[in-house]
Design a binder for this molecule. Structure first.
Ligand SMILES: Cc1cc2nc3c(=O)[nH]c(=O)nc-3n(C[C@H](O)[C@H](O)[C@H](O)COP(=O)(O)OP(=O)(O)OC[C@H]3O[C@@H](n4cnc5c(N)ncnc54)[C@H](O)[C@@H]3O)c2cc1C
Length: 510
């Protein structure tokens, strides 16, 4: 029969909720108790973590079974779980008080350090609590190393614990100085304290790239670029020899940026480069407007002020086109709004779904030390590109306009180019013509940019008409009630809503 044991979820969500502290408790308790534990993958209870599974627990009748235990977010809950585990096996929970205190000092601090999300005042309190706990833990370890404690520990193990505790306390000092970065407080003393702990940790383990990287973060945040680069480069060398290539490539990019002077906001003049996500507005379940901003206006004027235009978005070597729903003058002011539908299996649109606003990213930067430049709040776009020449259409290189009547058929996010063109149909704008838009959506909830369409209609003095169809609304009465008379049969639209034919030209439907 397989032995009973405690397996701890070490997956992303549980890790961020404190499963490292839970593992630390089990490790400390297993020194004096008959505990078997291991790490495991996701238990499917994300959001209720840290989670663990008591595996092969003896049952009074029947087969041994597994029992999930969740929300193990405090030392006392871990003790309760351990007692339950031991009781089921007829074992006794007998732990010297000093072992409990030693375990608690460390894991309490780890729990405070893993708390998210970052909020300055909470962080100040949490980090002060963590530093207090870790200082007591370090004093205790010192006593144990010098043989004046009740616990007899392996001297080597205790030195390794000193390293862990110093690393944790250095991180807590670091967090504290990040939390105070925007206040008037002098952070210099906090920077010194953090660097002192990382320095001591490196004396314990000179080849620890984790300690080197943590120290480098603090140097970088406190503006000591040369020292930061030196520490990052040492860490990168050590990572390369240990095969941690992914992380070393990320740090290498950071080093290059530090050497280049910092910011990644590039104004190439034509608006191509990285734009930051200022805001994200949800429109439907799978579609959002991403409000992008450039630090300042692009140097050049917009190349296609009177035409339909789009930009390309680059994700690695993948390129996709998007039509801004914001105007040419917005672009010239350094502002670009993209309406993007996320396909769960789409390459670029799924990347949009993972974006953060710059404010969220700033909070994250304070929480995870990675500077804003490395947060997921940037979109690399091209300069504007021509989609369609306005105000006249050309055929075989010959201009066949001006346009008098325009029919547009759009579905889903295809409303983006339709909006651009319709806004040019308004009196006084470049097209200034009659226009009818057939806009096909699945259901009422899926109609995008309804307010904007209504605003255009209102401003057009009858020149622009918008007709909606709902393809997933089957019930005729409901369709009538919602004033949608077509069910995806666009032929009807062409018959009933064909724009009035111009005097001399063949009507053109795009
Ligand atoms: C001029 C222009 C303007 C545009 N404007 C917008 C806009 O404003 N807003 C907007 O949301 N989109 C717009 N698009 C569409 C946009 O460029 C992308 O095509 C869209 O976001 C999907 O890209 P993706 O990388 O997420 O998906 P992709 O990875 O390209 O996949 C899209 C879908 O196709 C499927 N697929 C991919 N490859 C295959 C294959 N080999 N066989 C079968 N199925 C496959 C995927 O599973 C997925 O469902 C525009 C396109 C153009 C050309």
């Amino acid at each position: 029969m397989p032995a009973a044991m405690i397996s701890v979820c070490s997956h992303g969500s549980c890790m961020s909720q404190g499963s490292a502290a839970l593992l630390s408790d089990l490790e400390d308790l297993s020194e004096v108790l008959p505990l078997k534990f291991s790490q495991r993958g996701c238990l499917g209870l994300c959001g209720q973590g840290p989670n663990s599974l008591l595996e092969n627990m003896p049952a009074k009748a029947g087969k041994p079974g597994n029992q999930a235990v969740n929300r193990l977010d405090s030392f006392s809950k871990v003790l309760a779980m351990v007692k339950k585990f031991l009781r089921a096996q007829g074992a006794e929970f007998a732990v010297p008080e000093e072992v409990l205190t030693r375990a608690r000092f460390k894991s309490d601090a780890m729990r405070l350090l893993s708390k998210s999300p970052f909020r300055p005042q909470h962080t100040l309190d949490d980090m002060q609590g963590a530093i207090e706990s870790l200082s007591k833990a370090l004093d205790m370890e010192d006593r144990l190393i010098h043989g004046s404690g009740a616990i007899t520990t392996d001297r080597h193990l205790s030195r390794s614990r000193v390293f862990d505790l110093l690393l944790l306390r250095g991180k807590a000092w670091g967090r504290l100085c990040l939390a105070k970065l925007n206040s008037d407080t002098d952070v210099e003393a906090l920077v010194t304290a953090a660097l002192h702990d990382f320095g001591r940790a490196l004396l314990e383990k000179p080849r620890s790239f984790e300690a080197l990287v943590e120290a480098a973060h603090i140097y970088a945040f406190s503006g000591q670029t040369t020292r930061a680069v030196e520490f990052y480069e040492k860490a990168i060398d050590l990572m390369k020899t240990s095969g941690t290539t992914h992380e070393s490539a990320r740090l290498q990019r950071r080093v290059e940026r530090l050497k280049a002077g910092g910011s990644i906001e590039v104004d190439t003049g034509d608006g191509s480069g990285l734009w930051k996500v200022e805001e994200i507005t949800g429109v439907t379940a799978d579609t959002c407007v991403y409000h992008l901003r450039l630090g300042r206006s692009p140097g050049n004027p917009h190349p296609y002020p009177e035409s339909a235009w789009h930009i390309q978005v680059f994700l690695g070597s993948t390129v996709r086109e998007y039509t801004p729903i914001s105007s040419v003058s917005d672009w010239e002011d350094g502002s670009l709004d993209l309406l993007v539908k996320t396909y769960p299996d789409g390459t670029v649109s799924r990347f949009f779904g993972t974006l953060r606003t710059v404010q969220e990213a700033r909070d994250l930067a304070l929480q995870n030390y990675a500077p804003l430049e490395e947060q997921n709040c940037w979109v690399r776009v091209s300069a504007p590109l021509l989609t369609l020449q306005l105000p006249s259409f050309s055929e075989g290189g010959k201009i066949v306009g001006p346009v008098e009547d325009l029919g547009i058929i759009a579905g889903g996010t295809g409303i983006a180019p339709a909006l651009q063109i319709l806004s040019e149909c308004l009196p006084g704008k470049s097209l200034n013509c009659r226009a009818v838009l057939l806009y096909s959506s699945r259901s009422l909830q899926d109609i995008l940019m309804l307010d904007e369409l209504r605003a255009i209609q209102e401003a057009s003095a009858g020149q622009v008409r918008v007709v909606h169809t709902l393809t997933a609304v089957k019930d005729v009465l409901q369709r009538l009630q919602t004033r949608c008379y077509f069910s995806g049969r666009h032929g009807h639209f062409l018959e009933d809503h064909r724009p009035d034919p111009p005097q001399e030209l063949t009507p053109r439907v795009t």
